[in-house]
Write a protein of this length. Structure first.
Lengths: 505, 619
């Protein structure tokens, strides 16, 4: 296997192409992971003109195909090989585009992230069948959702900063269309806000990339591996990452984006958008080992600690269900960042595991909120109450997903949170204390939301439960959250290979 | 291998049973009840079948190459865990039997049984665990069943359930933090290989872990959900969780932390003993003035924890043995008392002491059980409570701190006084008109009470039996041959015996005085309730001034509001500041007014600036 899969290293000049049948196959699979959803997405509106049913099935199949392709890539990862391919743009004599080559490689980190994203997206697409059934512009909706996933997967496998930026901006445009999906003026303004902040951040990040290019002559992360990042470039890149991953002080667009259809918010929070920033951090500063001054390390820790507490505080005050869950995302993203920033294996394992657990739990919460939105026709917690009587499955799913996010065993979140905090204690006990307080507040606001929505007196008569596809989706996510706790070794296996690749290189 | 798989069965069997009960509605009345009671009995048999052996199980769970503190699924069955395990199994069995009749008419009976067995599974796991993280895993999972069991009490019970969830959740987080620090200092989470001092950061870990353990047991100030749960949760829950299981688990962990994981220094010992003494006194003072059967008992459930913590805090074999012995004794008589309370509730329809009275004649068996258990908790000679309290007194005197012994003695006076009051008000005197006709409870409810009461007498009369059979083997691995110091004989020539007699006499005299001055058994504590000074404190307590949950809620609100304002301020920058600035900038469009002369002046002006700039460059 090892010999058959060719590992292509782009070495600054002549393309080292050697086509081996088996290896070519794996490369093709890697290409397909993002080529299928990106190109297939544009077919959806055409198909939708003839049959909505066929379009829905096709959208589901496109995401499923991407998931399958990523799953196939687990094989080489487990045998410790990295499938990768590059499309050389520069040749001897034509070196203007040196360092611009698209390079894609399926290392363990990428495969893990792609699996998480496409799995959650698959469930969200399934849920959407029930949710957007009666809305207009469904063709655009499915186009954007599938394109969203495609750009995420493309970003995940990219080894070149320029293409990370490219997919990053595709996601931003898609996200802009989706947040303003219901075309009311207020909603469009919110979408603009999200777009302006994230694109502003992305442009700052691009500047940072250009500084790196000027210094080291390449956008290729493998060339940049282990290099020191100049302070200005670091600040610019971090602005981009924090604005995409909604971290203080670039976070307020995320709660506002709650005006989007619920499956879209689930997609933003759980599967794709905010995970882009986290993943870019992991890719650039952890996996590729770009280094920066230790003082900045402390600054970043302070920023994410503040972000965790401020957003948790806001989640305890707000009364809009979707805004609360959005603030919770901001707070939980800080946990993931913490895991990635702390320089030891335990915290890193926790951080990567939490990407998965958070995706499952948060996806579940937003989809539950969507069901409530449909049946109770409100997002305001003060006008809910007693919903557990009419929608027990949703209530149970909400409860289970909350428990996972709070980090209570036997749910998956427990291991992730314990490892993050356990790892942090060894490095910086004060930060660990702040995050323990943060996770206590996590428990408080989730309990509060659950209590106000599902317990207490019934405020208004509501329809019982949502459509079967919607209820099944949340039940599956809740079940997966629970299962991820008992079977935590399986994702961990992948993560350990990823960490091995990161530290071994 | 055989016996190792039994360890897994111990955890898996009740867990699977619990899940099945949740998923499958009972096909016939009493189906799950019968099935559950049978399984519970089988589990007792399983534990006993391993008795006296040491069994270790070690499986990989979460592998992190190169990190020693990675998570291994380690279980250990040995002298200490066998003791707690058998107690957990027996109490679950008794509660399962009792609840068959008690819960049968309630809508959530199925759920109650499911949570009961899930709790048993988690408790087994927490006690068997030999890896701190595995212990934390099962320990925190108990939070969920705790919440759910309180929640099914009645439609409004969720408030108390959430209170419990938050308080216990907070202490569990402390435990988690403590375990994290231990993992860092000891480079392992294997409980048999951790022996830390209590200096520096390890001291913080010790305190954090102790908070987690003592809060589970219900020590102050993490107790405030228990009295609320007494009124809201279904009664068998009270007998099971605050009455027995949580005490067993909490004190087990306190003992493990104090004896195995850390080597306590004097400062830490005093800290532990102070928590114990404070808990004894304050909780018993609250118990004394309660007017509800269950609520009164719940305060005693807190107060008795103080004795156990005090005993273990002494750090000498006598005190520790006393603490552990008190743990098992308390579980027996406290469960028994709660069960009598449940029988009264079921038969008379209320637990309000103002309406109850004269039940001794109508419910003689219940009264008999109550009497034995009340004598035990008051520490009357020939009962088990007497033995363990004497041991704790002896231990704290031996540790050289008289003040703690005095606190224990004062606590004993008021304990006896409040049970005189409770017994007098409920079983003697006259009932209110509404509940005249009361009959004895169903046999399935009586059997557990009788067994527990008999156990109290057995352990009291033959105290050598539990001391040699349960306590010494438990402590052998931690204390070694020092366990031979542990012994107890009733000796009326010893002054310790007479201290106890004095305590009981004072309690009786106090009761007689109280009844005379107020005219009823219920009013026996009124003179203390309304004593100058105390009255104010009681009023404050009544208004929950001392409840950290309520106070935390108030204080936390301002903190959270502050954080929210930070968030709003950041949002204001995007929502108002930037658009305003953009507005100012767009004011410059007024310069584009369409006049040719205007544009020409712009061009010429610009040209002028360029020229100046070029000259400046040339210089």
């Amino acid at each position: 296997m090892k010999k058959q899969v060719i590992v292509l290293w782009f070495s600054g000049g002549a393309p080292a192409f050697k086509i081996v049948k088996r290896g070519k196959m794996m490369e093709t699979v890697l290409l397909l992971t993002f080529a299928i959803p990106i190109s297939g997405a544009f077919l959806l509106p055409l198909v939708g003109r003839y049959s909505t049913r066929l379009r829905n099935v096709l959208a589901f199949l496109l995401v499923a195909a991407s998931l399958t392709a990523s799953a196939v890539l687990v094989g080489p990862v487990l045998s410790k090989t990295v499938v990768s391919f590059a499309i050389p743009l520069s040749f001897p004599g034509f070196e203007i585009l040196k360092g611009f080559d698209p390079v894609f490689s399926a290392d363990a980190l990428g495969v893990f992230m792609a699996l998480v994203s496409s799995l959650v997206s698959l469930i969200i697409v399934f849920y959407s069948f029930g949710y957007v059934k009666h809305d207009e512009n469904q063709n655009e909706y499915y186009l954007m959702v599938v394109l969203f996933l495609g750009s995420m997967v493309g970003l995940v496998y990219s080894q070149n900063l320029l293409y990370i930026y490219l997919f990053w901006e595709i996601a931003a445009i898609v996200c802009w269309r989706l947040i303003g999906f219901y075309r009311e003026r207020e909603f469009v303004l919110r979408a603009d806000k999200a777009f302006l902040i994230t694109v502003g951040g992305a442009l700052a990040m691009l500047l940072g990339f250009i500084i790196l290019f000027n210094q080291y002559g390449s956008f290729d992360l493998r060339v940049l591996h282990g290099k020191a990042v100049p302070d200005l470039a670091l600040v610019l890149i971090i602005i981009g990452i924090f604005s995409k991953s909604a971290t203080l002080p670039f976070h307020t667009w995320l709660p506002d984006a709650g005006v989007a259809p619920s499956p879209v918010t689930a997609l933003l929070h759980a599967a794709v958008l905010v995970k882009i920033g986290v993943f870019a951090f992991a890719r650039i500063f952890v996996a590729s080992g770009l280094t920066f001054a230790p003082d900045w390390h402390l600054v970043l820790l302070v920023v994410i600690s503040t972000s965790a507490l401020v957003s948790a505080g806001a989640a305890l005050i707000d009364t809009d269900l979707k805004r609360i869950i959005a603030y919770s995302t901001i707070s939980q993203l800080a946990f993931i960042f913490l895991g990635l920033m702390i320089d030891n294996k335990i915290a890193l394992t926790g951080g990567l595991l939490f990407i998965l657990m958070h995706a499952l739990g948060k996806g579940g919460l937003f989809l539950c909120a969507g069901i409530i939105e449909h049946t109770a026709h409100t997002k305001d917690l003060r006008r809910m109450g007693g919903l557990i009587k009419t929608m027990p499955v949703t209530a149970a799913a909400f409860g289970l997903c909350s428990l996972s996010l709070m980090g209570i065993p036997p749910f998956g979140g427990f291991f992730a949170k314990y490892l993050i905090i356990g790892g942090t204690i060894a490095s910086n006990i004060w930060v660990a204390t702040v995050f323990v307080v943060g996770s206590f507040m996590t428990a408080l606001y989730l309990i509060r939301a659950f209590m106000m929505a599902f317990l207490g007196d019934t405020q208004a008569e509501t329809k019982p439960e949502g459509s079967p596809t919607m209820v099944w989706s949340v039940a599956i996510l809740a079940g997966l959250s629970l299962l991820a706790g008992f079977l935590v070794q399986y994702p961990n296996e992948l993560i350990q290979i990823a960490i091995g690749q990161i530290t071994g290189r | 291998m055989m016996s190792e798989s039994i360890l897994l069965v111990l955890i898996a069997a009740p867990a699977v049973l619990g899940i099945l009960m949740l998923l499958i509605p009972r096909p016939v009345k009493y189906f799950w009840e019968t099935f559950g009671v049978t399984i519970a009995a089988c589990l007792i048999y399983l534990v006993i079948s391993l008795w006296g052996r040491e069994v270790n199980l070690n499986l990989a769970w979460l592998r992190i190459p190169g990190v020693l503190a990675a998570i291994r699924f380690q279980l250990r069955f040995y002298g200490f865990s066998q003791f707690i395990l058998v107690a957990v199994a027996v109490f679950t069995f008794l509660i399962a039997l009792y609840s068959a009749k008690f819960m049968t008419d309630r809508p959530a009976a199925n759920q109650f049984y499911a949570y009961l067995f899930l709790s048993e599974a988690m408790a087994f796991g927490a006690v068997l665990a030999n890896n701190l993280l595995i212990m934390l895993f099962f320990w925190e999972a108990l939070l969920v069943t705790l919440y759910l069991m309180i929640n099914i009490g009645h439609p409004k019970a969720y408030k108390t359930a959430i209170k419990a969830l938050i308080i216990v959740g907070f202490s569990d987080l402390c435990l988690m933090m403590g375990i994290g620090i231990v993992g860092m200092s000891a480079h392992t989470l294997d409980m048999t290989r951790i022996h830390l001092s209590t200096n520096g950061i390890n001291g913080i870990a010790f305190v954090l872990m102790m908070i987690g353990a003592m809060a589970k047991a219900g020590a102050m100030p993490f107790h405030t959900w228990i009295p609320d749960a007494a009124l809201d949760a279904p009664l068998p829950f009270m007998a099971l969780m605050p009455g027995a299981l949580e005490k067993l688990l909490g004190i087990y962990l306190v003992a493990r932390i104090a004896l195995d994981l850390f080597i306590m220094d004097t400062g830490m010992q005093i800290f532990i003993m102070t928590v114990g003494a404070v808990t004894i006194i304050f909780a018993v003072m609250m118990a004394l003035v309660q007017k509800d059967y269950k609520r009164l008992l719940s305060y005693h459930a807190i107060s008795q924890v103080g004795y156990m913590v005090l005993g273990i805090g002494t750090g000498n074999p006598i005190g520790i043995a006393g603490g552990l012995f008190h743990m098992i004794n308390n579980a027996m008589y406290k469960s028994c008392l709660f069960l009598t309370g449940g029988a009264v509730e079921k038969q008379a329809g209320t637990t309000d002491m103002r309406q109850l009275g004269g039940l001794a004649r109508q419910m003689p068996v219940t009264f008999g059980c109550f009497l034995v258990a009340a004598l035990s908790i008051s520490g009357v000679p020939l009962t088990n409570g007497f033995v363990s309290k004497e041991l704790i007194l002896e231990g704290s005197l031996e540790a050289g701190y008289r003040i703690f012994a005095v606190a224990a003695a004062i606590g004993a006076v008021f304990t006896a006084a409040s049970f005189l009051k409770l017994g007098h008000a409920v079983y003697f005197g006259k009932p209110s008109i509404a509940i005249k006709k009361v009959t004895e409870a169903h046999w399935s409810m009586l059997v557990p009470m009788i067994l527990l009461a008999a156990g109290c007498l057995l352990f009291g009369l033959f105290s050598r039996l539990p001391l040699d059979g349960l306590i010494k083997p438990s402590l052998y691995s931690s204390l070694g041959h020092a366990v031979s110091e542990i012994h107890f004989d009733i000796d009326i020539t010893q002054w310790l015996f007479w201290i106890t007699m004095t305590i009981l006499t004072i309690a009786v005299l106090n009761h007689i005085y109280g009844v005379k001055s107020s005219g009823s058994g219920l009013g026996a504590s009124e003179h203390i309730h309304h004593a100058p000074g105390l009255k104010t404190v009681y009023d404050l307590a009544e208004n929950r001034v001392f409840d950290p949950y309520v106070q935390g809620e108030k204080g936390g609100y301002y903190l959270v509001k502050g954080l929210y304002l930070v968030d709003r301020a950041v949002d204001w920058v995007y929502q108002s500041f930037f658009p305003t600035v953009a507005g100012w900038i767009s004011e410059t469009r007024k310069a584009h007014n369409g006049l040719f002369a205007n544009y020409l002046s712009w061009v010429l002006g610009g040209f002028g600036i360029m020229i100046v700039y070029l000259f400046w460059l040339a210089k």
